[in-house]
Structures are given as structure tokens and as C-alpha cells.
Design a protein around this ligand. Structure first.
Ligand code: C5P
Length: 398
């Protein structure tokens, strides 16, 4: 799977840098071409001569070669790579990546990177458990980066806990799985709806909901990474897409999402409807800002069109359609009713009664339901949940 793949291996100043030599060797043995970019602190732990001898390429560390002034182009590296792997990634580099502090060649290359990025943190257990590290990793995840969780075990400090960089062979496996997965949906066109909708009341106010779009965006990245051409119809969210195979259509209201989805779906192989579409919208939109008055304000709402049901009706043979059900009571029964009514091939149930599931959080706990049965999954990151959902979709294409 790694044959011919071009990998930028970023090394930072952690004792685990010594394992990066083994990692580089393992990647090369699998047929990958490896270009190492190392931070100044990384060079304190492992010498560039060891690394250049292993990779048969000069190691890049400075913006300019001190010797002859040659400029090392982070932009070219960003375009060259099929993947960037930062292993080990220190808390400091993770923080810089999160905030775009481009004060060395490695973080600058990261910011220029067009290819998927994998990050293998390595640090002491307390540093890893610190809210700032957890937060930064969450932000990197939201940028679409893949975090290769550190393992538990004895650390350089002789303390035992979570923080050791994952073993090189495991990291290689993650990359192999990633590139293997790349083919399953190649040639398939998939439409995904994500995020909330905003229903205008007047020029400054709207009726909305708490959907963050994280689940839909994770699905879009997961589909694109498996080779699909993705059309992501997104309500207003604070997220960006990473993969170049995602075409994003931004909408605001349920009516706009309906138009965009109806126009797109006919050319698609599958649709995954993850958006939290408003079920009601104000009957009229005030042209000017509604002023405070003594009396109660009554806003009449009218139903929106059910995008899922409309697509379910126009679904052609061979096309797939999947939806979500966020329920608070009699979850399975309600989800099964929606599966039938909206003509979905399967439905992803999440219950607000499950801790860690639903809106805004980075985790989700789902149950996949189709006409054959019910499959519950444990609590996972939204990215891992996206992979479970896409596995289901892939199985239906076969
Ligand atoms: O009926 P309910 O809103 O619970 O159904 C949820 C499913 O239907 C989700 O997949 C959601 O994206 C979709 N939906 C839609 N258009 C609507 C309402 C819901 O596509 N107007």
C-alpha cells in the first residue's frame, strides 16, 4: 500500500525521536519515499546524518541552507507529499500547529501541506493529560488531521501512563490502512449534508439549533479519503474541509439546503443526510429589525420541506441514501419509522440519553439500523464513527 507513496516525516524534539529512524526505515522498506523535516530541537535527539543515510535524501531543517543559501521550499514539499507524518510530535509542536506558529520549517511545511496529515504525539503523561494538550489535539482533529493516539506504558521519566509514541510498526499500519482504504469508494460520488440551518426571523435574528457540523464533516473527510468525490452541502458552521476531493456548497436555510440537495443528488451514487435541518421556519421574514415592544412577540412558523423524504422518493435503483435520527425516547422505534418513511437504506441512530453523543461534542455513540437488523457501537471519536458508517456504506455498494 505504501509503494511509491511520498511521505514527509516530521521529527520534533522528543526522546522518541530515536524511534523515528526505525519508522523511516520501515516506511522505506514498504516502498515509500521519505523526506525528513526536523525541528532544531529534534536534531538534539537524533542526528540528521543518521536520517539522511536511511532515507538517501538530505534532511530539511532550516528555511535556507547556511552553506550556499539554497531555499528549502515548504510549498513544494506540501505539493509533493501524499501524506505528512509527524512522529514524534511534542506538545510544543502540537501547540504551534494548532495556532499556526510557523517559526520553523516543520510547522511551516505543515501549514503548506495539501496531503492528509498524521500526528503521533509523544510526551509525559501529565503533559498529555493537560487540558491544553487535549484541546489542541481536538482542534487538530477538527482541521481533519489524524491523531495516532499514544500508547500506555513506561515513559522516559520512568513514570507509567499514556504518552509514549505509538510503536513504529503500528504507525506504519495506520498509514497502510489509510492508503488501502483509499480505493474502496473511488469513482463514487457522494453527497453529504451537514450542520444546522438558520431560519431567518428578521435581518439580525434566526431560529437555529446546536448542530456543529462535526459529524458531517468527519463523514466527508472519511469518504474523500476512501476515494469518493464528495459534495458537502453545509449549513453555517465553523469548520473547514481538508481533502481536495470535497466540493463544499454553503447554504443557510432549510429551503436553500433543499434546493442544493435536490439539484445534486440525481448525479450521486449515495447521499448521507447528517444535517440538523430545521423542521419549521418563520412564515414571514421581517424586512427590518423587530423592535422591542411591551406585548409578547408571536412568530408563526410553517413546516419546512423534508429533504430526506423528497430524496427518498426520487431515489433511483442503485442509488443509496442514509440518514440520521437523533432521539430522546423510544429511540429504536422512532429510528425504524424514519428508515421506512424516508426510504433510507440505513439510518444512524444517536440518542441524547447517551453521554458523549449528539451535538457539539467530538464523540458519538451510534446504532446502525437497516431492514436486516440493529448494530450498536461503543462511544468513539466522530472520526472513528465516520469510518464505521462508511464501512456500512461500502458494504452496500458491493
Ligand atoms: O425527521 P427527522 O428530522 O428526525 O429526520 C432526521 C433525518 O432526516 C436526518 O438524516 C436529517 O438530515 C433528515 N432531514 C432532512 N430534511 C428535513 C428534516 C430532516 O433531510 N427537513
Amino acid at each position: 500500500m505504501l509503494q511509491g507513496k511520498k511521505i514527509v516525516l516530521g521529527i520534533t524534539g522528543s526522546i522518541a525521536a530515536y524511534k523515528a529512524a526505525v519508522l523511516a526505515r520501515a516506511l522505506i522498506k514498504k516502498g515509500a519515499e521519505v523526506q525528513i523535516v526536523i525541528t532544531p530541537a529534534g536534531k538534539e535527539f537524533i542526528t540528521p546524518i543518521t536520517l539522511s543515510a536511511l532515507t538517501s535524501k538530505p534532511v530539511v531543517s532550516e528555511f535556507f541552507s547556511q552553506r550556499d543559501g539554497t531555499w528549502h521550499s515548504h510549498v513544494d514539499l506540501g505539493l509533493w507529499a501524499d501524506a505528512m507524518l509527524i512522529a514524534p510530535a511534542t506538545a510544543s509542536t502540537i501547540g504551534k500547529m494548532t495556532h499556526g506558529v510557523a517559526d520553523n520549517m516543520l510547522v511551516t511545511t505543515y501549514l503548506s501541506m495539501k496531503a492528509p496529515v498524521f500526528v503521533a504525539p509523544a510526551m509525559d503523561l501529565d503533559m498529555f493529560a493537560h487540558p491544553s494538550t487535549r484541546h489542541n489535539l481536538d482542534v487538530l482533529r477538527s482541521y481533519g488531521n489524524h491523531i495516532i493516539e499514544p500508547a500506555c506504558g513506561e515513559l522516559a521519566s520512568h513514570l507509567t501512563g499514556k504518552g509514549r509514541m505509538e510503536e513504529p510498526e503500528k504507525i506504519v499500519e495506520v498509514l497502510e490502512r489509510f492508503f488501502e482504504a483509499g480505493r474502496e469508494l473511488s469513482g463514487k460520488k457522494i453527497m453529504i449534508t451537514a450542520g444546522p440551518t438558520y431560519e431567518k426571523i428578521d435581518p439580525v435574528r434566526f431560529v437555529g439549533n446546536y448542530s456543529s457540523g462535526k459529524m458531517g464533516y468527519a463523514l466527508a473527510e472519511a469518504c474523500a479519503e476512501r476515494g469518493a468525490d464528495v459534495t458537502l452541502i453545509s449549513g453555517p458552521v465553523n469548520l473547514k474541509t481538508v481533502h481536495p476531493a470535497i466540493r463544499r456548497i454553503d447554504v443557510e436555510s432549510a429551503a436553500q439546503m433543499y434546493e442544493a440537495a435536490m439539484a445534486s443528488y440525481r448525479d450521486m451514487d449515495a447521499g448521507i443526510l447528517c444535517a440538523a435541518v430545521a423542521d419549521f421556519t418563520p412564515e414571514t421574514v421581517a424586512e427590518t429589525k423587530i423592535k422591542r415592544e411591551k406585548d409578547d412577540l408571536v412568530i408563526r412558523l410553517k413546516p419546512t420541506k423534508d429533504i430526506a423524504a423528497a430524496l427518498g422518493q426520487q431515489k433511483r435503483k442503485g442509488q443509496l441514501l442514509a440518514g440520521f435520527a437523533l432521539e430522546t425516547n423510544e429511540e429504536v422505534a422512532h429510528a425504524q419509522e424514519k428508515l421506512a418513511r424516508k426510504n433510507f437504506d440505513f439510518i444512524v441512530l444517536n440518542s441524547l440519553n447517551d453521554k458523549g453523543a449528539g451535538f457539539r461534542v467530538d464523540t458519538n455513540k451510534i446504532t446502525l439500523i437497516d431492514r436486516q437488523g440493529i448494530t450498536p457501537f461503543p462511544l468513539k471519536s466522530k472520526r472513528e464513527v465516520a469510518d464505521d458508517i462508511i464501512d456500512k456504506l461500502v458494504s452496500l455498494f458491493i
